[in-house]
Design a protein around this ligand. Structure first.
Ligand SMILES: [Zn+2]
Length: 268
């Protein structure tokens, strides 16, 4: 069994097909899925999806509540209050995704930092773990996380794509590491392929980041290039190959880690 800890199911690329996406996930043994909240509106949409499908797919869908760094220009007091309110919903299992993205700087850096710090504090206060994003901003992200070190809740760096030094710095802060289909990309994933074995087994979780990051090891990729949770099997295969571990062992371990990290309850 598998748990996909990062899926953007509220994306318009899935509209009209969500039931089939979840059925295919179930057939691929992806039994639990954590939907990624990236703004107040998207978090509301994720909660709606959890509610809508809880009868047909009991115990399968959960969500995070947060403001993505790309959305940080919309951050203000009323936004963080709205996230704090949404975080009380029983489907919400983490705060985020939050962090810093200096790759495209779609929001000003200072706004990203304010939104990030407010969400770290919200996670502390609400006793929820943090779902973190970081791209080309590891130095500042580490400084901010370190400044909260004594009170930092459990946190996972989702879709880790950094270098070895950054990996060890995050592990030193007791962070968990989320690995996506980036590992299956023989071009831009080569650095990750060489360092993934340095992630301790009990700190490793897996995700598709669907609809993005279609695994390049799929024998027959879909024509629309849309990734989905059922393809988590290819991500696991990619990780297993580069860690020289068995797929079964990785599936069991990453699922147990996700259940404990997000407090997902037992298999339903
Ligand atoms: Zn992200």
């Amino acid at each position: 069994m598998l748990i996909d800890i990062g899926v953007n199911l509220s994306s318009s690329r899935f509209s009209g097909d969500i039931e089939n996406v979840l059925l295919r996930a179930e057939q691929s043994n992806v039994k639990k899925i954590v939907l990624t909240g990236t703004s107040v509106t998207e978090t509301e949409a994720c909660i709606e999806l959890c509610e809508k499908y809880k009868g047909q797919f009991p115990g399968m869908l959960y969500a995070t509540a947060g403001i993505h760094p790309h959305e940080a220009s919309s951050f203000n007091n009323s936004a963080i209050n709205a996230i704090a309110h949404l975080a009380q919903h029983p489907s919400i299992v983490a705060i985020g995704e939050t962090g810093l993205d200096f790759n495209r700087n779609l929001s000003p850096e200072k706004m990203q930092e304010s939104a990030f710090e407010a969400q770290i504090e919200l996670a502390e206060n609400s006793q929820l773990p943090l779902f973190l994003h970081e791209r080309d901003a590891s130095k500042r992200q580490l400084e901010i996380l370190t400044s909260y070190q004594n009170s930092l809740p459990k946190a996972v760096i989702h879709c880790f794509t950094g270098d070895k030094r950054t990996l060890f710095s995050y592990l030193d802060l007791d962070l968990y590491i989320g690995i996506t289909g980036w590992i299956c990309d023989e071009r831009r994933g080569s650095d990750l392929q060489s360092i993934v074995k340095n992630v301790p087994l009990h700190r490793l979780m897996v995700e598709t980041d669907a609809p993005y990051l279609l695994p390049r090891n799929m024998p027959q990729p879909p024509k629309n290039r849309c990734n989905e949770p059922a393809n988590l099997t290819y991500v696991i295969e990619g990780i297993a190959a580069h860690r020289e571990e068995s797929v079964t062992m990785l599936a069991e371990s990453s699922s147990a880690t996700a259940i404990e990290f997000f407090n997902l309850g037992s298999w339903s």
